[in-house]
Write a protein that binds this ligand. Sequence first.
Ligand SMILES: *Cc1c(COP(=O)(O)O)cnc(C)c1O
Length: 485
Amino acid sequence: MSVSGVFDPKAFGRLAQRVVSLLEAHLASAQERELPVLPSCSPEALLAEWSSEFPSDGARAEEAGQGLVEDLGRLLERSIHVHHPGYIGHQISVPIPAASLVEMTNALLSNGMAVYEMGQLQTVMERRVIEFLARCVGFDEQADGVLTHGGSLGNFTALLAARQAKAGYDVWTEGQAQPMSVLVCEQAHYCIARAVQAMGWGAQGAWPVASGDDYRMDLADLPRALAAAREAGRQVVAVVGSACSTATGSFDSLEGIADFCAAEGLWFHVDGAHGASLSFSNTHRSLLKGIERADSVVWDLHKMLGLPALNSAVLFRSRRRSYEAFAQEASYLFSDEAPEDQWFNIGQRTLECTKRAMGSTAYLMFRMLGTAWFGEQVDRLIARTQELHGLLEAADDFETAHRPAANILCFRHLPSSALNAAELSAHQERLRRELLNRGRFYIVQTRLRGELWLRVTVMNPGTSSEELRALIEGLREAAQPSPRS
Ligand SMILES: *Cc1c(COP(=O)(O)O)cnc(C)c1O
């Protein structure tokens, strides 16, 4: 294909209209449940269907466009359909459709964001989003932060800052003198352990604090964990609170952790990847009490707030800390001024050099929909989850593992025949497989204290009460012995 064909604005416009029509039809059929939530296809089958043999010559512009539209149709068909009201599985957002148009614009602009010139308004929008989110969690104007590609990277960034702030020497320049640890509840997301192990702290880098029956950090175990870690020769720099945990959506007592950190001189990090969005909700905000005392907070906007993945914020209560994660000079990129005077060169404060213009997506959605919409969205998702909890509690063939604080719930089916623990776990696994095969729902599973539970995260504003009842019926049907066997 000729260069002029590839970059021709008119050809692009024609193609874009066709793609948008395709997406519109897709959105409608997903919402109307005309597709399976998760089309069943094995990795092997897909590999066989899609080869690495690319044509050396593309077709002429119009034909190539036709081919692309058809291929995008196949891509839609083969994907998990998060806009389907039966998508009640992982914590990934059901994106606000208009947000995908901002992302398309960002993609066309390809503004790199590391330095101001490569994303001027995008940089300003990011700063305004950070200011706004910082206010939401109760930080004052001393706060600062960055947007980053996902909560895992966000937690890593915050813990790098914690290391630099609490080491007692310039660990970024000199390297680490002594093995360090953070204290973290055994229920925390695995990315905390991954972050500290990536820093070379080994398996004891994430020093476990026990959880109570409610899957929250057992505060009484904190002093014991600190003493044990020190006894083992670890320099403990931080405590990580989960708000909320991934498996059960349980909120650690942030106030209790804040008190402990203040008394012990430790950095207080809140992994609010999932639950910091509750700060938009007048009803549920109190679960985050104490978050305003954190040194750093991670918040995924691509979970409950409905922005497309990935879009995450790392917030620091004190601006200076935001510059300590990567205390490294790159003078060819940035000027000689003090780093804080260079807030607009965001690449100084991120692991990424080039990064996507996430701030513009967040900014424009907050502006378009208004902040109340996001609070209502959070309330709606949690209310549906509580409703499901009630329905399951009322049924004698189901049991729940916990009361849902957020929009996450673990439960299991109890068949009429008596099963031991291992059989009961295997039963849940079979049940989930069968349910997914039927195409009407997508849910996930998790292990809690060694046993397997079904797990749902209500992310879809289209998941209605009827949907939840249908899920329970669907599980009952899936539990019936299959006529084929
Ligand atoms: C989802 C989640 C993460 C990981 O975030 P990504 O954006 O998927 O990298 C970390 N911590 C918690 C508590 C989470 O729920």
